[in-house]
Design a protein around this ligand. Structure first.
Ligand SMILES: CC(=O)Nc1cc[nH]c(=O)n1
Length: 102
């Protein structure tokens, strides 16, 4: 089974289905539509759910939109700042759209 990790601050939003995408660089986007992922926290490695990948699309940082931000349950300024912090100096990303499996 494939695995993905999230910062623990995202756990509640994922479980409540307020966060339905994750924006990753190429090294973390080796998934495709239909894949089922076991999901755990980055910090402690605690498993918290399974999710199915609905789609994977490319995006440049400059082309992030309010819709991406809404799907991350944050504002666009916050999202763009966050992505810059996590991936300094990078511009090319993949939007992984997912569905929580219950
Ligand atoms: C570990 C982790 O949570 N990484 C990321 C990076 C970008 N978006 C996201 O939801 N999570």
């Amino acid at each position: 089974m494939q695995k993905i990790t999230f910062f623990k601050r995202f756990v509640n939003d994922i479980l409540a289905e307020r966060k339905t995408i994750t924006i990753r660089d190429a090294s973390e986007a080796n998934v495709q539509a239909g894949d089922i992922l076991e999901v755990s926290t980055l910090e402690e490695g605690l498993w918290f759910c399974r999710m199915q990948v609905l789609s994977v699309t490319q995006v440049n940082w400059a082309d992030l939109t309010p819709l991406h931000a809404a799907q991350e349950n944050m504002g666009l300024v916050e999202l763009k700042q966050l992505i810059k912090e996590i991936y300094p100096g990078q511009d090319h990303f993949y939007v992984i759209h997912f569905e929580l499996l219950k």
